[in-house]
Design a protein around this ligand. Structure first.
Ligand code: T1G
Length: 688
């Protein structure tokens, strides 16, 4: 029987085998509409006496990317979900086989777990990434995976939410076969084998020699190892509860418990925030008004400057398989750069992420030259020299003369004007900013800065290259500080303002770090970046919009440059946290108090934790709203992504714009007269 609904193809292969193909591009998401077709198809197969085996497989090079994340904003209200489909499989006495070719994730993998057998092609990956959406696997994953590979391994896999390559999944006992050829062909080999439902198996703990108290001990341990519920760990704790149910309860009760826990999570603020981040990240490459053009092919690259940034950028190209020439005239800089390259690749080999051979190949795809004449055949150059306009303009003039006409010239500048840099060349349409964040080979964020003359093809090439370099690439207009650093100044200024009102830097940092969830507080960040850097920028003419921060100028005068000089806002002691642990410094607090007194600043030393959080996050949101209003940032979601990936804004709060919008609304809904924010209005976009 062949029937072709819109999203589910049904085909009989003979010998009682029916293949149900999920065909719902782009990722065969198992949304309400898909499940409304898949459920009757499964029930028809289960009821058909001519069918003995049902094979699930996917079209579009994918098994399934899981439930449709869009659906979670509206309750099912009677619509069929992947749980209903899986219950139909569970009730049937037929043999079900999953033939996976591509990714089987979330609900897609849970459908495979409900089958009796699972086969996959070697390039396939399986996984339960729900935790990254502030959820837990809500279609049996928390009950079946522990029954398949043991509760402890299952819990670790679901807490990480990472994809597992097919060969590794086979080793774990998740897949019954891994083939290079056709998954459906391989699945036919399992036809009419006896049913083997995971729901009938008892979940073993999978941790040896723990005796009678094994489960409570392992569960207690797990709860202690994840962040607290209010600090990003809400879903993790519910996931642990669900796995505990898999160990302690009969399957039906565990299946019901999982649904209750899932429903709590899907209505939670952290999950709404994380689902916003998921979609915001996928919006980044969509630039309203950008004409569709073919990107330039980047086969060879070059980096100017073998400093830490330049070397990090060269490593990024090498890791993406793009050979790269580094131009550097100082021998000792080249030596240091080579050491950094080989050290980094050796680390990847030691971690088992790269084979020795691959590491060697990649490290050797980075070559060093002194002469620009060597750049005649490169497709892109990224300049990473000293942050000074004359120096950069000199480099760009030389690049203009040395490289082929189609070559794109990019600057890694973090604050300088891209148009001014481009004016040193005859090809401003091929100039853009590629602002990598230090360390360039670790940080995911990349700001792609479009100048006035940057062409559609150059910008499109930058966006495509960002994806190839495995970066989270955000398009920015060409204004001082672009998106991230522009907001960083506003954030730091607000923190300093509160310190001048009598709240100590250590208390502000403690609240922002330990209560709100940033990796570091604003004063520790300032000390890490270097107070001299802030001072230099805020005193430069193009830094003028930021306004000066007098206390920083004062501290720099006293040689307090931050972590690098052993003191800044805080003190640092090599014997404490390897000289990186901020230690409160009464001298600085007295200095701030004196400056505040001289300036007649009203004192509010008793600001509450919530007020500290509100003021810091509002400073970010208002600065971000200004960037969206002026077209420097394309969308509020782009601003959120910049601050989550570039500055460690807690993802479970959704980013500065999301947080401001939702917290303000929530506080106002709760009748809080002074919610600490006004709704950040982001007006229609005006392109810079
Ligand atoms: N739901 C809705 N849309 C999705 C989607 C999903 N699960 N996955 C991808 N998309 C859209 C995405 O927004 C983009 O749209 C397009 O597909 C291509 O995505 C019950 C509760 C599968 C590895 O978390 O990891 O199942 O921009 O650019 O790089 O227990 O997408 O084209 O309009 O990412 O090839 C769990 C999420 C869901 C997997 C493919 N599943 N997706 O990567 O393409 S919750 C996930 C991914 C769940 C159950 C639970 C990746 C991918 P547009 P893309 P890609």
């Amino acid at each position: 029987m062949n029937s072709n609904n819109q999203r589910v193809k049904s085909e009989d292969l003979g010998d009682g085998i029916r293949v149900l193909t999920l065909d719902n591009p782009p990722v065969n998401a198992l949304g309400y509409a898909m499940c409304a077709e898949l459920l009757p198809a499964v029930e028809a197969a289960a009821a058909d006496p001519a069918v003995s085996t049902v094979i699930f497989t996917g079209a579009n090079g994918m098994f399934s990317g899981g439930a449709d994340v869009n659906d979670f904003s509206t309750p099912p209200d009677g619509k069929k979900t992947i749980r209903d489909v899986i219950e139909a499989v569970e009730r049937s006495d037929k043999t079900f086989v999953a033939a996976i070719d591509g990714n089987a994730l979330g609900g897609g993998f849970e459908l495979a777990l409900a089958c009796d057998y699972r086969v996959a092609t070697s390039k396939s990956r399986v996984g339960l990434p729900e935790i990254k959406l502030g959820l837990l696997p809500g279609a049996g994953g928390t009950q079946r995976l522990p029954r398949l590979i043991g509760a402890n391994d299952a819990l670790q896999m679901m807490l990480k939410g990472d994809m597992v390559k097919a060969p590794d999944a086979q080793k774990k006992g998740i897949l019954d076969a891994v083939v290079d050829a056709d998954a459906v062909e391989a699945a036919k080999g399992f036809a009419a084998k006896p049913k083997r439902r995971l729901s009938q198996i008892k979940a073993e703990l999978g941790v040896a020699n723990l005796g009678l108290f094994a489960t409570p001990f392992v569960v207690a341990q797990a709860h202690m190892m994840v962040p607290t519920e209010e600090n990003g760990g809400y879903a993790a704790h519910k996931l642990i509860d669900a796995v505990q149910a898999a160990i302690e309860l009969p399957f039906e009760r565990g299946w019901a418990r999982e649904l209750r826990l899932f429903m709590e999570l899907v209505q939670s603020k952290p999950s709404a925030a994380l689902r916003h981040v998921f979609f915001a990240e996928r919006e980044l490459s969509k630039v309203p008004g950008l004409p569709k053009t073919e990107p330039l092919e980047i086969k060879k690259a070059a980096v100017i400057g073998a400093g830490t940034m330049g070397t990090g950028i060269a490593i990024v190209f090498a890791e993406a398989g793009i050979p790269v020439t580094v131009i550097e005239t100082k021998d000792e800089a080249v030596e240091k750069s080579r050491e950094m390259v080989f050290g980094m690749f050796k680390y990847q080999v030691d971690k088992g992420r790269l084979t020795q051979e691959d590491a060697w190949k990649r490290a050797n795809s980075i070559s060093y030259e002194t002469d620009y004449a060597e750049l005649g055949d490169v497709d892109i150059v990224v300049e990473a020299v000293f942050e000074s306009m004359p120096v950069k303009q000199d480099v760009f003039a030389k690049l203009d003369a040395a490289t082929k006409p189609s070559c794109i010239l990019a600057s890694n500048t973090s604050t300088l004007d891209i148009d001014e840099i481009a004016s040193a060349t005859k090809r401003p349409e091929q100039v853009l900013g590629l602002h990598f964040f230090a360390p360039a080979n670790i940080m995911k964020l990349l700001e792609i800065v479009r100048g006035k003359a940057t062409s559609a093809q150059t910008l499109t090439t930058g966006i495509v290259l960002g994806k190839k370099l495995r970066k989270v690439a955000v398009v920015s207009g060409n204004a001082f500080g672009f998106i991230g650093n522009r907001m960083l100044f506003a954030y730091e200024a607000e923190a300093v303002q509160m310190a001048e009102e009598g709240v100590s830097p250590s208390r502000i940092d403690d609240v922002i770090k330990n209560k709100f969830g940033f990796a570091m507080g604003p004063f520790a960040v300032a000390d890490l970046s270097g107070l001299d850097v802030y001072n230099f920028i805020s005193q430069s003419e193009h830094g003028a919009p930021l306004g000066r921060i007098p206390i920083i100028a004062k501290l720099v005068e006293q040689g307090r440059l931050g972590q690098k000089s052993g003191k800044g806002f805080f003190k640092y002691d090599k014997a404490v946290g390897k000289g990186r642990q901020p230690i409160p410094d009464p001298e600085v607090e007295q200095l701030i108090a004196q400056l505040a007194k001289d300036a007649g600043i009203a004192q509010h030393p008793d600001l509450t934790d919530d007020e500290i959080i509100a003021r810091c996050t509002r400073a970010l949101a208002d600065s971000g709203a200004e960037l969206v209003r002026t077209g420097i940032a394309l969308r509020p979601g782009d601003v959120d992504i910049v601050w989550i990936y570039g500055y460690g804004f807690p993802p479970h709060h959704g980013g500065p714009m999301w947080y401001a919008e939702n917290e303000a609304a929530l506080r106002q809904a709760q009748g809080d007269k002074n919610p600490g924010f006004t709704k950040t209005e982001t007006k229609e976009l005006t392109h810079a």
